[in-house]
Design a protein around this ligand. Structure first.
Ligand code: MN
Length: 432
């Protein structure tokens, strides 16, 4: 049975005190100044677009930022307090983190809209809308903002389209593989399916994208636009192209993406990405095309490196384990995810990728096609083991899901050999 989207939205409001409070707060903010911080990835940027379009309608002065670090810092809050003395601070798609509770001592109203599992226990002083608490649900930040905006009857086909892209980029839907998160279904069935089915038609005349992990030869227009969005924002990994071309020198990519797509345009049927780019403001087209071409060329280079350097390090009846090492490589987790499906060859497989970044930080990405090995647990154990030897525990972090996880060791806090040892040790002794 399909639930009507508006009923689903109302249900969210009745069942979630945070959402009710946010709706009431917004009504009291007419002509007032607020500040919004969004994640700098496609989900955060699309959240920002939908939220700005709502606050504009409500006559609220809203200035948005897309900072390059995921967790909002006290310093950033103090700075905007000094500069704007906002009536309210909105933090969207940037985690549900206990430290945010203290921000309510700096700015009166602090609102968190988020879908990540919480970190910490205390959230008494802030207004929080996160349907993934207490139990995890798969969704995206932009859909939560879309729900909020729909409460004000303010979402149209353009908001729906923007929301669809954010959901796609956050892996809340994978239409070619018939995978739609339950939480997203009412929105999808009512707002997307009747109007945008042509965006999900199988296409074998277009190049498969980073979102076509399981599809080696096909793609769809939605995946194409979503990849473009990923490239333009930098994907939340700060894959920026400022140094590649003089024309990009001063472009703040997440902000540029936000500004490009903030103003509504008619989503007429298009047949390929170039036709889509043609809908965009003239002065932005060139920059978008430049960035996307650079992204594609980086992608190709990284793919080649994977093909030449990936090592099959163990193969049992149950699983193949691949290792990959690189220095200062771009797009590693995304290319690695896609390559893994190509290399696994009907078996379950896992790939562990190491990148020594420009500043000597070590980034480890774990990807799997199976939950036989819980990669999130391995990533967090690597971080714990390495941290246990350190005084300063802020430099190493790790965690994730069974199928995908990351570990980050910030500039030379430990030797690469120790990182390697802990990772391999955990892997070898897994389930023993
Ligand atoms: Mn998100």
């Amino acid at each position: 049975m399909n639930k009507k989207y508006i009923n689903f939205v109302q249900e969210q409001k009745t069942s979630n005190v945070g959402l009710q409070k946010i709706a009431n707060l917004l009504l009291s903010l007419k002509d007032k100044q607020i500040v919004t911080f969004c994640h700098d990835d496609p989900d955060g940027v699309t959240s920002g677009i939908i939220f700005k379009r709502l606050t504009e309608k409500l006559g609220i002065k809203n200035i948005l930022f897309f900072p390059y670090s995921f967790v909002l810092s006290k310093q950033e809050v103090l700075e905007i307090k000094e500069k704007y003395s906002p009536e309210a601070l909105f933090i969207i798609d940037k985690g549900t983190i206990q430290d945010y509770d203290y921000f309510a001592e700096i700015i009166k109203n602090v609102v968190v809209i988020d879908h990540h599992p919480k970190i910490g226990e205390q959230f008494d002083k802030i207004i929080l809308y996160n349907p993934a608490i207490p139990n995890y649900v798969r969704t995206s930040g932009c859909l939560l903002v879309h729900i909020l905006s729909t409460l004000f009857n303010n979402t149209n086909k353009y908001d729906d389209f923007i929301c669809l892209i954010g959901m796609k980029c956050d892996w809340a839907i994978d239409l070619l593989n018939n995978d739609i998160a339950e939480f997203c279904l009412p929105f999808y069935e009512e707002r997307i399916k009747p109007y945008y089915l042509w965006l999900e038609e199988k296409r074998n005349d277009l190049k498969p994208t980073m979102f076509d992990i399981k599809n080696q030869n096909i793609t769809c227009l939605l995946n194409q636009i979503s990849e473009l969005f990923f490239a333009v924002t930098g994907g939340g990994f700060q894959y920026f192209y400022n140094s590649y071309n003089e024309k990009l020198k001063n472009i703040d990519q997440p902000k540029f993406c936000y500004e490009t797509f903030l103003t509504e345009f008619e989503i007429k049927k298009f047949n390929n990405l170039n036709e889509f780019i043609n809908f965009l403001p003239q002065q932005n087209k060139e920059i978008i095309t430049l960035i996307y071409d650079l992204f594609l060329s980086d992608w190709q280079k990284t793919e080649k490196q994977f093909d030449e350097q990936t090592i099959l390090s163990k193969e049992t009846n149950a699983i193949k384990i691949f290792l990959f090492f690189a220095k200062d490589i771009k797009l590693m987790p995304m290319v690695g995810s896609k390559k893994l499906y190509q290399y696994k060859n009907n078996k379950d497989a896992v790939i562990i990728m190491f990148n020594i970044e420009k500043d000597e930080s070590i980034h480890i990405s774990f990807r799997g096609t199976t939950d036989k090995i819980h990669l999130g647990k391995i990533a967090s154990s690597v971080a714990d083991k390495l941290n246990s030897k350190l005084q300063d525990k802020t430099k190493i972090s790790g965690g994730g899901h069974p199928f995908a996880a990351e570990c980050k060791i910030r500039n030379n806090s430990v030797d690469f050999l120790d990182v390697l040892y802990e990772t391999i040790n955990l892997l070898i002794n897994y389930n023993k």
